[in-house]
Design a protein around this ligand. Structure first.
Ligand code: UD1
Length: 417
């Protein structure tokens, strides 16, 4: 199994090109199930999660060819509506095929994605919304077995109990081919949802985001193919901004869009970072001393849960103590035990982590436990003196494209072994 070795203590300087967004690519790829026309998607990152979604779509009858970061998606006549456990279990976002399959073919059998390391992560919100739109759903043999009651899904007025990103995306896709109008209330405001809406509207859907957290969808009969370039990955950009901060370096995040990083840049500014904005990216200058700043993760536009672990790596070497509160997932602190191996002083009480800043970290052997936790260990390894070995790096490969190359181009001593 691959490991990553880092010789820490280097100041990083250079340019890091930010890849296309993983979390935007996955639902957009699933939307190719909504049409019988060919589509093309560019700026798709080469990541394990994208490969899993491609394998799943291929198993459902979409022919996919790729040329560098450009994917061509061609639906075949034989489309299966069975999303198998073997593929779905690898990635929770696989459940995003449920809405498209159901609305287009009237039935779908999708394996339950199950829990994952960061929490139980149920899909009840997706299921309840589809029921409200006229679907019979039973959970049997580990599968969501769904059948539209009366030929076509019908538009409905749905209020989500939690502004779930995945449920918002799944139900927007389902409603785009439903009969009549759907109103979705308390929807996710994440920009990846808007990238999906852009694609669906290019396909001929009628979807409008109202200011007041409501999305209105008027169902249409058919959708066309699309051509689209995926938005840049704001979580990848935030992670490398923190690499500049923790190494007191200077990194230009090429293609990063400050519009989607407001809460993160505000936080990093309080931490001590300085920014310059170019037409094609953001330049981050890390401070000599990292300030202690409390944070609470929130739904967009609040501070993203997907950057909580990385922020903790910064706070571990900050001057003074800080508190990080996780409000989205119930078990997203597994990186604490690993950060402690570097010498971090962290106490976990419920949803809060109390961190005592210490200005020196020692290199360690650590284990990646989930995708974003892995990147916090990379940050700690870049800072720590000596040789850090990170095990189970396949978690990183799910969400960071060319990580070692991007960091070593900025002077990091990092390699895969
Ligand atoms: C997406 C992102 C993930 C990010 C998360 C929160 C993708 C592919 N993944 O995940 O990187 O960390 O948003 O920003 O875009 N919930 C329920 N029932 C449901 C659905 C969700 O209780 O049916 C709960 C979850 O357990 C969690 C919270 O709602 O506690 C938010 O989850 P959600 O926004 O759905 O996250 P994902 O779409 O899975």
């Amino acid at each position: 199994m691959d490991k990553i070795s880092i010789l820490g203590g280097k100041t990083l300087e250079g340019i890091i090109p930010i890849s296309g967004s993983k979390n935007a690519s996955l639902p957009i790829l699933a939307s190719s199930l909504l049409t019988n026309e060919a589509s093309s998607l560019s700026n798709v990152p080469n990541l394990l999660d994208v490969i899993t979604m491609k394998d799943l779509l291929t198993s459902l009858g979409i022919n996919i060819t790729s040329n560098k970061k450009m994917l061509q998606l061609e639906p075949s006549n034989i489309i299966s509506t069975h999303a198998d456990y073997e593929l779905v279990r690898k990635m929770r976002a696989s459940v995003l095929v449920l809405g498209p399959l159901l609305t287009r073919y009237g039935e779908a059998e999708v394996s339950l994605p199950g829990g994952c390391a960061i929490g139980s992560r149920p899909v009840d919100i997706h299921i309840n919304a589809l029921k409200k739109m006229g679907t019979n759903i039973e959970i049997k043999d580990g599968y969501i077995k769904a059948k539209v009651i009366n030929k076509k899904l019908v538009g409905a007025d749905i209020t989500f109990p939690i502004a779930s990103v995945g449920a918002t995306e799944n139900i927007i896709m389902a409603a785009s081919l439903a009969k009549g109008k759907t109103l979705l209330r308390n929807v996710a405001l994440e920009p990846e949802v808007d990238d999906l809406i852009k694609v669906l509207n290019k396909m001929g859907a009628y979807i409008k985001r109202r200011n007041d957290n409501i999305i209105e969808i008027n169902g249409v009969n058919n959708l066309k193919g699309f051509s689209h370039a995926v938005m840049p990955d704001r979580i990848e950009a935030g992670t490398y901004a923190m690499a500049a901060v923790i190494t007191a370096g200077n990194i230009k995040l090429l293609n990063a869009d400050k519009k989607y990083l407001k809460s993160v840049l505000l936080y990093l500014n309080k931490v001590g970072a300085k920014f310059e904005y170019d037409q094609d990216g953001i330049i981050v200058q890390g401070p000599k001393i990292i300030n202690n700043v409390n944070i609470k993760t929130e739904v967009y536009p609040g501070f993203p849960t997907d950057l909580q672990a990385q922020a903790m790596a910064l706070m571990v070497v900050a001057e003074g103590s800080s508190v990080i509160e996780e409000s989205i997932f119930e078990n997203r602190f597994m990186h604490i035990a690993e950060l402690v191996r570097f010498g971090a002083i962290i106490k976990n009480i419920g949803f809060k982590a109390h961190i005592e800043g210490c200005n020196k970290l020692n290199a360690a052997q650590v284990m990646a436990t989930d995708l974003r936790a892995s990147s916090s260990l990379i940050l700690a390894g870049l800072k720590a003196e000596g040789k850090t070995i990170i095990n189970r790096v396949y978690h990183l490969d799910r969400g960071y494209e060319d990580l070692e190359k991007k960091l070593s181009n900025c002077g990091a001593n990092i390699r895969r072994i």
